[in-house]
Design a protein around this ligand. Structure first.
Ligand code: NAP
Length: 257
């Protein structure tokens, strides 16, 4: 039996940055739905530990080394997935950095546009934007072998020019940012461009905002659980063939760009 036959009845999902936080939550939920989940992690030890935990809960999970900023690991991950599983059904581009370390958005003074360090902006875009292009393009040949592939780009309410541009809106209190927020706005643009290219191939591409979630990225100041934050990732990863593409969603519904 070749690999294509072996995994014909199971969906294969890759989640980047899945060793902890919202990505790990999404991996756990996809595994609970019966998918084989590939835990992308830049640290192989942390990835292996997360995969073992998902397996201990009854799921099928495997760790794969994947640093989205290192082309060699991206290519090797794609080759390993091809050899081991033959295709990919779901890609969740979740890996991300804030650039400010573990602080809440209100404390990210080092991202204020007039004083930001350009190196920090470059580093954030390298992971949050260029990393997404690198991983998506490496995985696309495998996604094209799926009967109904889904790509989910994990963004943020802070990506929305409509929301953060409203001086009287709920995000008016956020410090202006030249790094994290613009990187996620660029991810919105990429989401629409990939959706437009891949619509004819039946590959649905959407961006999601998990909400303010209790994780390391904000030093655990978020008020949603990881499971609550991951729900919208899973929802867009599992939409039917008549589902949306080129959209931006929170768990409460569509968000403005
Ligand atoms: P997190 O707990 O800090 O997890 C981030 C994950 O990304 C970790 O697994 C981290 O790996 C990984 N990562 C970072 N750089 C990487 C790289 N170069 N290659 C591969 N993996 C890398 O953050 P989170 O809060 O769960 O965030 C997950 C997603 O949700 C992100 O896209 C974030 O922007 C988005 N989001 C979160 C919130 C929130 O309130 N938490 C709000 C809006 C959007 P290491 O463990 O090795 O560092």
């Amino acid at each position: 039996m070749d690999v294509a036959e072996q995994f014909a009845d199971r969906k294969i999902a890759l989640v980047t940055g899945a060793n902890k936080g919202i990505g790990r939550g999404a991996a756990e939920q996809l595994a609970a739905l019966g998918m084989t989940v590939l835990i992308g992690a830049r640290d192989t030890g942390r990835g292996a530990a997360a995969a073992a935990a998902v397996r201990a809960a009854g799921g099928d999970a495997h760790a794969v080394e994947l640093d989205v900023t290192r082309a060699s690991t991206v290519q090797q991950a794609a080759e390993w997935i091809e050899q081991r599983f033959g295709r990919l059904d779901v890609l969740i581009n979740n890996a991300s950095i804030t650039g400010s370390g573990q602080v809440s958005p209100e404390d990210a003074v080092d991202q204020v546009p007039s004083t930001v360090k350009l190196d920090m902006v470059r580093e954030v875009f390298e992971t949050n934007v260029f990393g997404v292009i690198a991983v998506t393009n490496a995985m696309l040949p495998l996604l094209r072998r799926s009967a109904g592939a889904r790509i989910v780009n994990v963004s943020s309410h802070a990506a929305s020019l409509t929301l953060i541009g409203d001086p009287d809106g709920p995000f008016a209190g956020l410090l202006p940012s030249a790094a994290y927020s613009p990187s996620k706005t660029a991810l919105s643009a990429l989401t629409v461009q990939y959706a437009n290219e891949l619509r004819k191939d039946g590959i649905l591409v959407n961006a999601v905002a998990p909400g303010y979630v209790d994780t390391d990225s904000n030093n655990h100041t978020g008020f949603l659980t990881v499971a609550q934050g991951a729900a919208v990732l899973v929802r867009l990863a599992t939409v039917g063939d008549d589902g949306p593409t080129g959209g931006f969603f929170s768990e409460d519904g569509p968000l403005p760009w």
